[in-house]
Design a protein around this ligand. Structure first.
Ligand SMILES: *[C@@H]1O[C@H](CO)[C@@H](O)[C@H](O)[C@H]1NC(C)=O
Ligand SMILES: *[C@@H]1O[C@H](CO)[C@@H](O)[C@H](O)[C@H]1NC(C)=O
Ligand SMILES: *[C@@H]1O[C@H](CO)[C@@H](O)[C@H](O)[C@H]1NC(C)=O
Ligand SMILES: *[C@@H]1O[C@H](CO)[C@@H](O)[C@H](O)[C@H]1NC(C)=O
Ligand SMILES: *[C@@H]1O[C@H](CO)[C@@H](O)[C@H](O)[C@H]1NC(C)=O
Ligand SMILES: *[C@@H]1O[C@H](CO)[C@@H](O)[C@H](O)[C@H]1NC(C)=O
Ligand SMILES: *[C@@H]1O[C@H](CO)[C@@H](O)[C@H](O)[C@H]1NC(C)=O
Ligand SMILES: *[C@@H]1O[C@H](CO)[C@@H](O)[C@H](O)[C@H]1NC(C)=O
Ligand SMILES: *[C@@H]1O[C@H](CO)[C@@H](O)[C@H](O)[C@H]1NC(C)=O
Ligand SMILES: *[C@@H]1O[C@H](CO)[C@@H](O)[C@H](O)[C@H]1NC(C)=O
Length: 323
């Protein structure tokens, strides 16, 4: 707790230096000193341009500090504070000894004794946040700099499922679900239908704002032809996506308008007509042919006689005609 206070004090000290409270005396020395202050403040101003580190849960991350101890010196001359979110001391060194260690970071941190880089491994979601490295030499602040650590946990590959809810010849209504789990931070879910973007109706589940997220997207679609649907999960600049080809199930190539009994009736009529035609042909055609080829010039008279006989006895005419 005392350490925290000290670090805070040093911060306020720096701020006072940057804001000259009284108007400067018109002496050359004061002007020079003010010039030095301006340079110092500019330097700090640049340092305040925050560094950003992105890392994944379970990995080893290194957070750079703002000072490198020259080879002629050693950590013994310094006090080094690694703090999180201003108030929590993650790790602190004084005269070369570790003087404070945060419970949550126990056995997970290391500090390089020369460039003062802080190593955290394995990384946890709760480690997300802003870290400050404060270096003091003989109770004078050498530097004070922040590093923002963005913690990411990978989402599972999105799983797309499609269920047909209504089917007709024109379209197939489908309920499409896309889900992914176990990632961090809260993701964005986006979709595409062939090349057109679509909005998923998304729901997120998480135990707290610093716990892994599950995400589910729902979409109801009328599919009129085969389409390719894509679901993408985006988080901290990373993305995972899955595509699925949605097939229109009921194509209705044969229109069901003519009921089957009509077809059967029509076929029966056609078949009967055909059979009748053949029977009639079989009865009359051969006689005409024979009368032409066998009887020669008398064929017309014979033909007329035969045709008159025909209705009286079918078999007789058939026998005479075939002879
Ligand atoms: C600090 O030193 C370590 C080796 O001890 C090196 O891996 C790391 O890159 C250095 N970091 C910076 C910021 O120079
Ligand atoms: C930082 O600390 C302040 C107050 O101590 C708290 O309100 C805030 O939520 C903390 N921020 C993070 C990211 O932990
Ligand atoms: C840290 O490591 C020490 C020794 O290896 C062990 O006794 C201790 O239980 C560890 N602490 C945590 C919080 O893992
Ligand atoms: C992680 O920490 C950064 C820096 O404090 C903050 O901007 C960001 O919102 C945090 N992310 C989450 C998910 O809390
Ligand atoms: C996708 O989700 C379905 C339904 O919840 C499940 O049966 C299937 O195993 C999942 N597939 C994968 C790869 O997780
Ligand atoms: C989809 O878009 C990509 C580029 O955005 C383009 O190359 C491709 O031809 C498009 N496909 C269709 C089917 O429009
Ligand atoms: C999204 O889903 C919720 C619950 O399932 C529903 O109340 C809401 O109307 C849906 N929104 C859209 C745009 O479909
Ligand atoms: C997220 O999904 C996983 C696996 O599907 C499940 O075990 C876990 O309970 C879910 N978490 C939440 C917060 O719903
Ligand atoms: C799909 O089309 C059917 C009729 O063709 C209609 O009743 C239904 O509301 C449509 N669903 C969507 C999601 O557009
Ligand atoms: C669907 O689209 C994605 C991206 O547009 C493409 O990578 C994938 O190969 C397509 N899949 C099918 C089955 O067409």
């Amino acid at each position: 707790m005392q350490l925290t206070k000290m670090a805070k004090k040093t911060r306020s000290y720096r701020k006072m230096m940057c804001l000259p409270a009284s108007p400067p005396a018109p002496a050359l020395r004061t002007w020079l000193r003010l010039g030095l202050f301006v340079l110092l403040c500019l330097g700090i101003g640049q340092a305040l341009e925050k560094k950003v580190v992105k890392s994944k849960v379970g990995e080893k991350v290194s957070l750079p500090c703002c000072h490198e101890i020259p080879i002629s010196e050693s950590l013994h001359k310094y006090r080094v504070y690694w703090q999180k979110n201003i108030t929590d001391v993650v790790l602190a060194y004084s005269e070369g000894n570790m003087i404070s260690k945060h419970k949550r970071y126990q056995n997970r941190t290391e500090m390089d004794p020369w460039n003062l880089t802080l190593w955290i491994s394995p990384m946890e979601i709760l480690d997300n946040g802003s870290y400050q490295c404060v270096v003091q030499r003989n109770s004078v602040v050498v530097c004070d700099e922040s590093v923002i650590l963005f913690v990411t946990a990978d989402f599972s590959k999105p799983n797309i499922t499609a269920e047909v809810s209504a089917d007709s010849c024109e379209s197939t209504e489908m309920v499409i679900m896309c889900s992914s789990h176990g990632g961090f931070p809260k993701p964005r879910i986006s979709g595409a239908l062939n090349n057109m973007s679509v909005e998923w109706n998304a729901t997120w589940a998480s135990e707290s704002s610093l716990s892994p997220y599950n995400v589910t997207g729902k979409l109801v679609l009328n599919v009129t032809k085969d389409v390719n649907i894509t679901c993408s999960i985006e988080y901290n600049g990373f993305a995972k996506s899955t595509s699925l080809l949605l097939k229109k199930t009921n194509d209705c190539f044969v229109p069901p308008v003519p009921p089957p009994y009509n077809v059967i009736t029509a076929s029966i009529i056609i078949v009967i007509t055909f059979i009748l035609a053949i029977t009639l042909a079989a009865r009359y055609l051969p006689r005409h042919v024979c009368s032409h080829c066998c009887k020669g010039q008398n064929s017309v008279e014979e033909g007329v006689k035969d045709s008159m006989k025909a209705p009286l006895s079918d078999k007789g005419t058939a026998e005479t005609s075939s002879v």
